[in-house]
Design a protein around this ligand. Structure first.
Ligand SMILES: C[S@@+](CC[C@H](N)C(=O)[O-])C[C@H]1O[C@@H](n2cnc3c(N)ncnc32)[C@H](O)[C@@H]1O
Length: 268
């Protein structure tokens, strides 16, 4: 009798977007529905329950979060579990909130490991927090450019800023935290970040703390304040900092000439 070959597992990484239910693409939903196993890291319990209705074979990877573990240890355990599911022959959907490849470490690592092992592994795009920010704060990144950093990365690796360019600082709620701790209040680390930002912007420069709503019935939080007041503010853990440009962009006349651009037609 002919033996059935062992089932070959595969991985599709998808994102829920930020807002419960409404942000997930049709393509991603059909991946969840047809998966043998769903492994999920989402921002709050309602999204997990919503995913469970699409596919009851779901497990939360949030069990790996532990305030005594460094973030990279937690991420490693998540990658191990995703890889194991695929190696066990399961068509696996791994779900992360927002865009699954934006500020998400285990998604990229799992794809790399599985591809190296010869499995099919891919990622589908999702709606990220900055996509929501662009919409709600009316920011078009093409206008003044767009620079973005993870807060701790910005400080640790001597990054530089151009204050004529819009700036987004991610993970402002967990500056310098290498483990998953709940932080609701400003602390010394935030002051370190602001001191660094003050090298580029004046104290009075208006910045925006942005928290995109995860539910249709709740408004997003958009708090405008002078940069110098940031260290004494309450920073919700999931907020993102938007810093508008502090000076105008400079036109390079030599370049305009080289490109044969009529500067009277340039809109700023
Ligand atoms: C681990 S990253 C995950 C980002 C997510 N994958 C995405 O595509 O937006 C977490 C950071 O994303 C940003 N973020 C997540 N949810 C947010 C929300 N509801 N509003 C504003 N920023 C958010 C914050 O900067 C937060 O610290």
């Amino acid at each position: 009798m002919k033996k059935t070959p062992p089932q070959k597992g595969s991985l599709t990484i998808i994102g829920t977007g930020i807002k419960l239910g409404g942000h997930m693409t049709q393509e991603s939903m059909s991946v969840v529905k047809s998966a043998d196993r769903v492994l999920a890291v989402v921002a709050e319990p309602a999204t997990f329950e919503w995913l469970k209705r699409l596919n009851p074979n779901i497990k939360s990877l949030a069990v790996h979060y532990d305030k005594n573990k460094y973030r990279h240890q937690t991420y490693q355990l998540m990658v191990d579990e995703i890889v194991e599911s695929v190696e066990n022959g399961h068509k696996t959907a791994a779900v992360f909130y927002g865009h699954p490849g934006v500020f998400v470490n285990p998604s990229h690592k799992a794809i790399k490991r599985l591809k190296d092992l010869g499995y099919e592994a891919k990622m589908l795009p999702g709606i990220s927090a900055d996509a929501c920010l662009f919409a709600e704060l009316s920011v078009d990144p093409s206008r003044n450019g767009y620079q973005a950093y993870e807060a701790t990365d910005f400080l640790l690796f001597n990054r530089t800023l151009d204050s004529s360019v819009s700036c987004v600082i991610w993970q402002i709620g967990v500056v310098g935290k290498m483990s998953i701790e709940k932080v609701e209040q400003a602390d010394d680390n935030l002051k370190v970040l602001v001191d660094e930002l003050l090298k580029y912007y004046p104290k009075s420069h208006e910045v925006i703390l942005y928290l995109s709503s995860q539910f249709n019935i709740i408004e997003s939080t958009i708090k405008r304040l002078p940069l110098s007041e940031l260290p004494v503010s309450t920073i919700p853990e999931l907020s993102t900092l938007f810093i508008p440009p502090a000076k105008p962009k400079q036109l390079n006349l030599t370049m305009a000439k080289k490109l044969n651009i009529d500067i009277s037609k340039i809109t700023t």
